[in-house]
Design a protein around this ligand. Structure first.
Ligand code: HEC
Ligand code: HEC
Length: 235
């Protein structure tokens, strides 16, 4: 009993120390400075639009780095560059501290593509039984992508020399704050597909040591879809 109390107080002390060292940003100031971001990224960093990334619970160092990259043009997105053009380093740190302190929302369970289902429903040349087979084939495709995502996240893909995502993005997709590796859990699948595709083509090239480009360039379209679907369900 005594032992565990000591352990608790030591870890509190450590928490306090690291809290002081890292508290470069001011959460309240950040909230005030983030007013112009809510139309796209949501009230507390949980955007409703699938191509606008969620910022809630994202790691502070990563957020600052991306804002700097939009500002200096090393990450390309004209609306984002305009948004951060007038920001000082302190503004970015405050905003990052605000978003990092929020809670990321869970996504609804991913659905089969409704257009594909409509195509099956509307196909008059199929009998009811054939339609049911087609729906089941679609469901299987979806389930296969989800299990591929689960597997590659944990184990990587040895055949194609793709590293396991878990090593840098954490067992629960929480990222790695000291290393500024981003959190991924709860992110929108569509945004993840866009990010991975941008790393693959080199359209997004500000990543340190080209780490994500080296990984994404070996990923197939199916693998990108699988990773994105699976990661969007992590919580
Ligand atoms: C008009 C819509 C819009 C507004 C307003 C906007 N953003 Fe963005 N933001 C985007 C889009 C779109 C992206 C993704 C860009 C891409 O595809 O690479 C993005 C990306 C980001 C990222 C990178 C996230 C990641 O996971 O890599 C950060 C950080 C960010 N925005 C911060 C802000 C801040 C801070 C503000 C307010 C000052 C803001 N944004 C306002 C649309 C917007
Ligand atoms: C060696 C470490 C490492 C490994 C392994 C790794 N990543 Fe990353 N990942 C990073 C870093 C660092 C970044 C941020 C790069 C930047 O600044 O753009 C990143 C960024 C990302 C992003 C963009 C996040 C955002 O908010 O825009 C996605 C998506 C991603 N990684 C997915 C994956 C997937 C999927 C895997 C496994 C197949 C993987 N990563 C493996 C280090 C890694």
């Amino acid at each position: 009993m005594k032992k565990s109390l000591i352990a608790v107080s030591i870890s509190f002390a450590l928490l306090n120390v690291s809290g002081v060292v890292q508290a470069a940003g001011d959460i309240n100031a950040g909230q005030g400075k983030s007013g112009s971001c809510t139309s796209c990224h949501g009230e507390k960093g949980n955007s409703a639009m699938p191509l606008f990334p969620k910022l809630a619970a994202q790691n502070e160092g990563y957020l600052v780095k991306q804002m700097q990259a939009f500002k200096d043009g090393s990450r390309n997105n004209s609306s984002m560059s305009a948004m951060v053009a007038g920001f000082s380093d302190q503004d970015m740190q405050d905003i990052a501290a605000f978003y990092a302190a929020q809670t990321v929302t869970e996504n609804a369970a991913p659905q089969l593509n409704p257009d594909d289902l409509d195509d099956i429903d509307d196909n008059n040349q199929l009998t009811e039984a054939e339609k049911e087979d087609a729906r089941q084939a679609l469901q299987k495709q979806h389930d296969d992508l989800m299990s591929m995502g689960y597997d590659v996240y944990r184990n990587g893909d040895l055949d194609n020399e793709i590293s396991a995502c878990i090593a840098c993005h954490g067992p629960e997709g929480e990222g790695n704050e000291p290393a500024s590796f981003p959190a991924l859990k709860g992110q929108h699948a569509d945004y993840l597909v866009k990010s991975l595709s941008d790393y693959k083509t080199g359209a997004r090239s500000n990543n340190a040591d080209n780490m994500m480009h080296m990984i994404a360039k070996k990923m197939s379209e199916d693998e990108i879809k699988a990773m994105s679907l699976y990661i969007s369900t992590m919580k």
